[in-house]
Design a protein around this ligand. Structure first.
Ligand code: VGL
Length: 217
């Protein structure tokens, strides 16, 4: 697939990039580590830095939970099922809830991004569209205020937060691309199912190789 003719950044289309939940707890060494998380964090940074004019807006999302989040964290003494219950993760104020160091300069989490959208403070929130900016705006409001037409999404986990964010972006009427080789997921089966569901919902699932020809924007 080639997307040269619909290059993001073209005059008629305004694209944003969204980096979903690339936090320490979702990377190797974290409490809910997803295989390949740290490596994908590095490649996401390289991709963003390589394409300075690709997007009109850049956002990152971060899960930021309270110490205990009943219904999302498995109850003490019970095993998480890794579908709807999880080990405690991304507790706000802990290193596990910080973006991976590949995406952070010094202590500045927004070095690469225009905004950091935090979610999950009170309830489980897989989608970035459930989160808020530091000004208290929803992600949809933030994107609309920048007249964004489409979002390109990468991050962790393909089968959970990337999936949910992509589906909500479609529901809100945005064009949506998921760059699958810049995402990592929990299991191959649920990743495949999620990508199929996303395609059916009108999300373009592609890889960085598909985008190689679009560097002239
Ligand atoms: C996520 C499981 C639990 C994610 C968040 O970021 O995809 N997955 N909480």
């Amino acid at each position: 697939m080639s997307v040269t003719t619909t290059a993001p950044g073209a005059v008629t289309e305004r694209w944003a990039v969204g980096v979903i939940d690339v936090e320490n707890d979702f990377c190797e060494g974290g409490s809910l580590a997803v295989d390949g998380g740290a490596e994908v964090a590095g490649r996401i940074r390289e991709w963003i830095e390589r394409e300075p004019r690709r997007w009109v807006a850049r956002f990152a999302t971060a899960d930021r939970h309270p110490t205990d989040l009943a219904g999302h964290f498995a109850p003490a003494g019970e095993e998480p099922n890794f579908v709807g219950t999880w080990p405690p993760h991304c507790v706000a104020g802990t290193p596990g809830a910080e973006l991976h160091p590949s995406l952070v300069d010094g202590t500045t989490e927004t070095a690469l991004f225009d905004v950091l959208v935090e979610k999950g403070q009170r309830t489980a929130a897989y989608s970035g569209f459930e989160g808020t900016t530091p000004d208290g705006d929803s992600l949809e409001t933030w994107l609309r205020s920048r007249a964004v037409d489409g979002v390109e999404l990468v991050g962790i986990a393909t089968d959970h937060c990337v999936r949910a964010t992509a589906l909500d972006a479609r529901r809100a009427g945005f064009r949506v691309r998921v760059v699958s080789d810049l995402c990592v997921g929990i299991t191959p089966e649920t990743v495949d199912a999620a990508l199929e569901e996303l395609r059916a919902a009108g999300v373009e699932v592609l890889t960085t190789a598909d985008l190689v020809d679009s560097t002239d924007r």
